[in-house]
Design a protein around this ligand. Structure first.
Ligand SMILES: C[S@@+](CC[C@H](N)C(=O)[O-])C[C@H]1O[C@@H](n2cnc3c(N)ncnc32)[C@H](O)[C@@H]1O
Length: 291
C-alpha cells in the first residue's frame, strides 16, 4: 500500500500552487506520495557530488522522444484506461511523452525528490498533471498492490537493481498479460576491448549482450514483443548537455577535491563512449508478462 504522507489540496479545482504539509509543491490536480523510509536508505548511498552534477539536465540516461514513441508503437493497442507506472522516472523526459500518449492514471516513481519536484512543475505547466501521481520511493520495494498496472515503463533505471532482478521484482505489479518497456545498457560486441570491459564491469557488473538480455527477460517470465538498439543521437542527447554542465561546474568548484574527482569520473565515461561507442549501447526491450 502507499505509505507516508499523501493528500490532495484545494477543493475548488483552482490552479494556485502552494506547499502542502508534506513539503510538496501542489495544486488540486496532482497527487503526491512520499515513502521516505524506502527513499532514505538508498538515497544516502548516492554521493552529493553526483547529485549536483546530475541536476538541471533534461534526461538522465541515453534516450529520446523518438525512441520512447517507437517503443510505445510496438505495444498492441491498449484499450480503455491504461494504468501505468514509470520507474526511476528522473526529471520525467519519458513520463511527459507517456502522459501525452496514454489515457488513464500514471504513477511516476523516483528516489530523488528534486526530480519529482521538477516533473510536477513541468506537468502542471503543460496541463498534463491531472492523471499524474508522483511517488518518492525505492524501486526495490514499491508500495503498490499486486496486479496494479497494465504497463510498466523504465528508461535507463533498471541497472540500479539489475535487469533480471528488476523484472522479477516488478512482474507481480503487472496485471496478467500486462506490458513492460525498459531500456538498459548492453554490450554490442561479444568481446569488448579490455578498457571497456574493465570500466563497465565495475559500473554495471551484470551488464551483458542484447541476446543474453533477451534470454534473461524470457527466464523472468516475459515474452519479447520488440527490441531495438538506441541510435547514437540518443547518447548525444544525454552526454552533450552533461558535458556542458561539467564545464560549468568545473569553473564553479575549482579546488574542491571531491567535485573534481566526480567530474573526472563523468568525463572518463564520455571519453570512453567517444572512442569505443560501437562496443556499448542502450537497448529498449518491450515485453509481455506471461501468465
Ligand atoms: C539514469 S537515471 C534515468 C532517469 C530517467 N528515466 C531518464 O531517462 O532520464 C536513473 C534514475 O533512477 C533513480 N533511482 C536511483 N536509485 C533508485 C531507487 N533505488 N529507487 C528509485 N529510483 C532510483 C535516480 O534518481 C534516477 O532518476
Amino acid at each position: 500500500m502507499l505509505a507516508g504522507g499523501s493528500r490532495r489540496s484545494g477543493a475548488n479545482g483552482g490552479r494556485s500552487l502552494r506547499w502542502d504539509w508534506n513539503g510538496w509543491l501542489t495544486d488540486s490536480s496532482i497527487t503526491f506520495f512520499s515513502c521516505r523510509e524506502h527513499g532514505k536508505r538508498e538515497a544516502s548511498l548516492i554521493e552529493k557530488e553526483f547529485l549536483l552534477i546530475h541536476s538541471e539536465l533534461e534526461r538522465e540516461a541515453p534516450g529520446s522522444t523518438a525512441s520512447t514513441e517507437r517503443a510505445l508503437a510496438s505495444l498492441p493497442s491498449l484499450e480503455g484506461e491504461v494504468w501505468t507506472l514509470d520507474i526511476g522516472c528522473g526529471p520525467g523526459s519519458a513520463t511527459k511523452v507517456l502522459l501525452q500518449a496514454l489515457t488513464g492514471p500514471l504513477f511516476a516513481l523516483d528516489i530523488h525528490r528534486p526530480y519529482l519536484d521538477r516533473l510536477v512543475l513541468e506537468a502542471l505547466e503543460a496541463g498534463l498533471s491531472h492523471r499524474l501521481t508522483v511517488v518518492e520511493g525505492d524501486m526495490a520495494s514499491m508500495p503498490f498492490p499486486e496486479a496494479s498496472f497494465d504497463l510498466i515503463w523504465s528508461e535507463g533505471a533498471v541497472y540500479v537493481v539489475g535487469f533480471e532482478r528488476g523484472l522479477t521484482l516488478w512482474r507481480p505489479l503487472l496485471k496478467e498479460g500486462g506490458f513492460i518497456a525498459l531500456s538498459d545498457a548492453v554490450y554490442l560486441v561479444d568481446s569488448p576491448s579490455p578498457e571497456v570491459g574493465r570500466f563497465w564491469g565495475e559500473e554495471y557488473p551484470t551488464m551483458t549482450t542484447v541476446d543474453e538480455t533477451l534470454l534473461r527477460a524470457r527466464r523472468a517470465g516475459f515474452d519479447v514483443l520488440d527490441h531495438f538498439v538506441l541510435p547514437r543521437e540518443d547518447w548525444c542527447d544525454y552526454y552533450l548537455p552533461l558535458e556542458a554542465r561539467l564545464d560549468f561546474l568545473e569553473g564553479e568548484y575549482e579546488g574542491d577535491e571531491a567535485m573534481e574527482t566526480a567530474i573526472a569520473a563523468e568525463r572518463r565515461e564520455i571519453d570512453l563512449w567517444r572512442r569505443h561507442g560501437d562496443e556499448v549501447g542502450y537497448a529498449f526491450f518491450v515485453l509481455r508478462r506471461r501468465p
